[in-house]
Ligand binder design. Structure first.
Ligand SMILES: NC(=O)c1ccc[n+]([C@@H]2O[C@H](COP(=O)([O-])OP(=O)(O)OC[C@H]3O[C@@H](n4cnc5c(N)ncnc54)[C@H](OP(=O)(O)O)[C@@H]3O)[C@@H](O)[C@H]2O)c1
Length: 172
């Protein structure tokens, strides 16, 4: 089963200049609690923005670069390998990797960040169309405060198995 975890602003922005454009420690704690003990799949750019393998999780990183072989992570060249993994696999970004795997996910843990972010710099964004019509099975609001740069709402969306894409990946 594949699940996606992502934080996104009101316009689909998930990153600016290779980083997250907000500071939301309680969202990061939520991410950690969700993913601990499971496999996490990310793109090479997201791995490099984190800078190290995340502990107590199997770190799987997609890259076509044969010289990219960091310690403590499993590098995967072919996205189909990810679809064949057993157990629960969390897709954690970035935009390229979400575009590849969102059609195959059954559950989406979305942090809706209140606000819109400046468009300067290298902006990573995704379309949120895939959420249209999906039932929300859990939602909780977190206000902006001294520790959190923005208000946000944690939502879980579920897709029935029959609504998932066939196992063959579409070309990018
Ligand atoms: N808000 C969130 O929830 C969230 C989560 C994660 C990341 N982000 C943000 O997203 C941004 C990064 O996203 P991004 O889209 O630029 O990069 P990315 O998806 O993290 O990584 C892209 C890289 O993945 C590899 N890749 C992609 N498709 C592949 C395929 N079909 N086969 C093999 N390898 C493949 C390539 O690596 P090579 O170039 O090495 O071949 C590609 O350059 C950052 O700003 C980050 O902070 C946000």
């Amino acid at each position: 089963m594949m699940e996606a975890v992502l934080a996104v602003d009101e316009d689909g922005v998930i990153g600016v200049d290779g980083k997250l454009p907000w500071n939301l420690p309680d969202d990061l704690r939520h991410f950690r609690e969700l993913t601990l003990g499971h496999a996490i799949v990310m793109g090479r750019k997201t791995y490099e923005s984190i800078g190290r393998p995340l502990p107590q999780r199997e770190n799987i990183v997609l890259s076509r670069d044969p010289s990219f072989q960091p310690q403590g992570v499993r590098v995967v060249r072919d996205p189909k390998e990810v679809l064949a993994l057993p157990g629960t696999v969390f897709v954690i970004g970035g935009a390229h990797v979400f575009r590849l795997f969102l059609p195959h996910c059954q559950r989406f843990h979305i942090t809706h960040v209140a606000g819109k972010f400046p468009r300067e710099g290298a902006v990573a964004r995704i379309s949120l169309d895939f959420l249209k019509g999906l039932p929300i099975t859990r939602a909780s609001f977190h206000p902006k405060d001294d520790r959190h740069s923005h208000a946000f709402t944690l939502c879980t969306y579920e897709r029935r198995l029959a609504e998932r894409e066939p196992m063959a990946l579409k070309p990018l």
